[in-house]
Design a protein around this ligand. Structure first.
Ligand code: GLN
Length: 349
């Protein structure tokens, strides 16, 4: 009797402990600073209405396909670290990820080689010049500049291992898919349009070869890079990719640790310095969030520990950054107190 009792008491204690540790675990995995849904919803709606009729900017046209994308398309998506999803507008339209892909190939390169090697082989200095600048390659001591301008990005793609081009490309595409928590595919028309007009990127790759700063066949690397830029994403998929970074490399929807947590600060720092090219300084001044733009019209911004916001609107400013995406993100970040450089963003009043 005594033994039976103590057994059941022990079992009870065990169950209680298990329940408690489950609770603690689920509390631990929830970010204490993930924003409240009603607040975010209201602010996103305000921003959407405020900027939806802004007609400033112009679609990219150096890639012929991009010139004919409907410039009125406009979608906003937020994914939080506790996997709340908020969407408004054209969030199911699949647009080309373009330069935003550079962030995720950087993550894969670090996964394979570790951050120190990637830093040595690519670097992380802002160029202060256009994203496709030849002069930056000539002038900068590293030549590659950083992983988020074309030259540095092509060199970063060249670091990805594989027995042939197909294996490298499939590895990149699968990796992006895990970060998005969805199967992603190439938009063939974008790829063909860009591959037919990317003499400038081939020139950058050959110039890097002259300086010994590209680590595989230059033309193969440009081709894989062109494919990675032609991957289609919706605003929601892009926001989830950003939320994976905000959540320390763990996809908040699938729970998979896709990017190593120790790589995340390096990625976000690079985004903060060069994510909007020669618009990065102004962006840091006004918004204070690591972000990345693409000439397809997307921008994703990361609020570490909180979530990510992705906006898609094709018309771009002079630097190649979506006008409406910048406006919406700036508005939302200010209202929700996301600015990373403001101590109040982590609760200090
Ligand atoms: N694929 C584009 C290019 O190489 C990417 C540029 C961008 O989005 N800024 O020019």
């Amino acid at each position: 009797m005594k033994r039976a009792l103590s057994k059941s008491v022990a079992a009870g204690i065990l169950i209680a402990a298990a329940v408690l540790s489950l609770r603690v675990a689920s509390q631990e995995s929830r970010s204490p600073v993930a924003p409240r849904r009603e607040v975010v919803e209201a602010v996103v709606r305000e921003a959407y209405d405020k900027f939806r009729n802004d007609t400033n900017g112009k679609n990219a046209d150096y890639i012929p396909y991009l010139a004919q994308v409907d410039s009125k398309l406009f979608g906003v998506a937020i994914v939080t670290t506790d996997n709340q999803v908020l969407t408004l507008g054209d969030v199911n339209y699949s647009f080309s990820i373009q330069s935003i892909s550079k962030v995720f190939t950087l993550a894969l390169a670090m996964d394979e080689l570790g951050p120190d090697k990637v830093f040595q082989q690519i670097g992380s200095e802002p160029t202060g010049r256009a994203f496709n600048s030849v002069l930056a390659v000539v002038d900068m001591p590293t030549h590659t500049g950083n992983p988020l301008v074309n030259a540095g990005a092509i060199a970063t793609t060249s670091l990805i291992s594989g027995k042939d081009e197909d294996e490298k490309w499939n590895k990149i595409l699968t990796f992006y898919g895990k970060i998005a928590g969805d199967k992603l595919t190439l938009i063939d028309e974008v790829y063909k349009s860009e591959a037919a007009t990317n003499a400038g990127n081939k020139a950058l790759a050959m110039l890097l070869a002259k300086y010994d700063r590209i680590y595989a066949d230059p033309f193969e690397s440009v081709d894989i890079y062109t494919k990675q830029c032609s991957v289609g994403v919706t605003a929601v998929q892009l926001a989830r990719m950003g939320a994976t970074l905000a959540n320390n490399g763990k996809n908040p929807a699938t729970g998979e640790q896709v990017i190593q947590s120790e790589d995340v600060p390096h990625i976000l720092a690079t985004m903060a310095m060069a994510g909007l090219y020669d618009g990065s300084g102004g962006w840091a001044w006004h918004v204070g969030l690591p972000a990345k733009s693409g000439v397809g019209g997307g921008i994703v911004a990361i609020a570490p520990g909180k979530g990510a916001i992705a906006v898609f609107a094709p018309p771009l400013d002079e630097a190649g950054n979506s006008v409406k995406a910048q406006e919406v993100i700036e508005y939302v970040a200010r209202k929700l107190n996301y600015n990373l450089y403001s101590p109040s963003s982590v609760g200090l009043k």
